[in-house]
Design a binder for this molecule. Structure first.
Ligand code: TRP
Length: 470
């Protein structure tokens, strides 16, 4: 142990600490598990042909996401400030540049943009609580279910209404500070969500199409995977684990000394991945049983799950509960999106948490209209990747988060010295530490760079690999 560095470096968080390790795990899991797992993963897996995509996604989660999650937490705990200040001071301490603060700034901007579309989709989920409870889906067929979705997404006022409510409830919690309420909420909600997903899994297993769904999700067919699909898989690994934008770093700032970062990260990653795979195993049997398209896009869960609820015994109850829990899962995620920005505004700019949350919420709310309009007023205004929503989603998940993650892993692997990282990971310099450092220094950066080259060049890397293979 290097006492000299530890003595000068150990700082206290300015906004309190997590009461226990469990509280931290719950908070990070609460941020990770959300619409990304249940709404986004199934539809992007569907759009990108299933198996091969899922395989690449899993590789990205464990080889890139896991080491970067550990890096974010360790940097956060080292700096004990909001991501901007943390990157600046740790950067300086480690003999690097103050400019590392830019990574934090980029993350803050990314967070606001993520929330802008996230709240629109979460708004849909909230509105589905009421349509399901009101019995709209009982015995409905696929076209009725689709038309209910179209009536919601196609009606900008209705979408905007739910979007507004979601932004308000997010801002309300963030304004209160990190700990209050949240820990207890996640402790009940996450297990409840898991149990409900298992109930739905039983339904899907009995649908007669479970085998087809398993095959779709787990038999890799690489001809169905495009170079940009590989980038979508990588981007989603960041998105679903809340990485690349300082959210986990902000949470790490409140982590007590001595808590194991490695085991905490492994638990979060396993829980997050498990829930995404479960969601897929629930949704695809419904897709195949009803002759639906697996590449229906962002409306996929809203057009498939209600069909299942309409057919299963107790469907009104389970369906309503499902959308309640999904809305809560979205809510515990949304909080983390603006936490870095609020922490920064309150620590560095002296703005009160409540005011900071309000300002950010207002920004997000306005930007969110671009997503609201993507299914109605602006649905034909397409450019670059498609609608306004498609572009924001692409720029954030597939560009900003991977770049942020790349900087973070370079910072933890190359800028920070061995002493600091092994001290912060509290795992000595044994095999575990070596593995992390190897992944953080080589595997993660190289993977991100290769995937970015692959996607922007339309397949250069895979062409090259297949030439070597021949
Ligand atoms: N991980 C969240 C989900 O899967 C979404 C998300 C992305 C997020 N970045 C974040 C949540 C930052 C909190 C903080 O739904």
């Amino acid at each position: 142990m290097n006492n000299q560095t530890t003595a000068t470096v150990k700082r206290q968080s300015l906004q309190g600490q997590w009461s226990t390790r469990l509280a931290f795990i719950l908070a990070v899991t609460g941020s990770a598990v959300g619409l990304g797992n249940i709404w986004k993963f199934p539809y992007i897996a569907g759009e990108n042909g299933g198996g091969a995509f899922v395989l690449i996604y899993l590789l990205c989660v464990f080889m890139v996401g896991l080491p970067i999650m550990m890096s974010e937490i360790l940097i956060g705990r080292r700096g004990r400030r909001n991501p901007v200040t943390t990157m600046r001071i740790v950067g300086e301490e480690e003999g690097g540049s103050r400019k590392w603060a830019l990574v934090g700034i980029m993350g803050i901007i990314a967070g606001v943009f993520i929330l802008s579309f996230y709240s629109v989709i979460a708004g849909w989920a909230m509105s589905y609580v009421f349509s399901t409870a009101g019995g709209s889906f009982v015995d409905a067929d696929a076209s009725q279910v689709k038309s209910i979705f179209d009536q919601l997404s196609g009606n900008w006022k209705l979408s905007a209404f739910w979007h507004t409510i979601f932004v308000v409830i997010t801002v309300a919690v963030v304004a209160q500070g990190v700990q209050r309420g949240l820990e207890r909420l996640v402790k009940i909600l996450m297990p409840a969500l898991l149990v409900l997903l298992l109930v739905l899994l039983v339904f899907s297993m009995n649908s007669g199409y479970f085998g087809q769904a398993v095959e779709f999700m787990f038999r890799p067919n690489f001809s169905a995977l495009t170079p940009s699909g590989v980038l979508v898989a990588l981007g989603h690994a960041f998105f679903t684990l809340s990485l690349g934008m300082g959210a986990v770093m902000a949470y790490g700032a409140y982590l007590p000394e001595g808590t194991s970062i490695a085991s905490t990260s492994v638990i979060v990653v396993l829980a997050d991945t498990g829930i995404a795979l479960l969601a897929g195993l629930i949704i695809f049997p419904v897709v195949f049983a009803n002759g639906l398209e697996s590449d229906a896009g962002p409306g996929l869960i809203f057009q498939t799950l209600p069909l299942a609820f309409g057919q299963m015994p107790g469907g009104v109850f389970f369906g309503t509960l499902f959308f309640v829990l999904l809305s809560f899962a979205a809510w515990t995620s949304s909080i983390g999106m603006i936490e870095p920005a609020v922490a920064w505004m309150s620590e560095s700019k002296g703005i009160k948490r409540g005011v900071a949350a309000g300002i950010l919420g207002a920004f997000t709310w306005v930007i969110g209209f671009g997503t609201v309009f993507s299914w109605n007023l602006w649905q034909d205004k397409t450019f670059f990747q498609g609608t306004f929503f498609d572009n924001i989603d692409y720029l954030i998940s597939n560009v900003a988060l991977p770049l942020g993650g790349l900087m973070i892993t370079i910072f933890a692997g190359w800028v920070m010295c061995r002493n600091s990282t092994s001290d912060e990971l509290n795992c000595g310099t044994g095999q575990m530490y070596k593995t992390w450092r190897f992944l953080a220094r080589y595997v993660a950066p190289v993977a991100v760079i290769l995937v970015l080259i692959e996607a922007s060049s339309g397949g250069m890397v895979s062409d090259f690999l297949s030439k070597i293979g021949d």
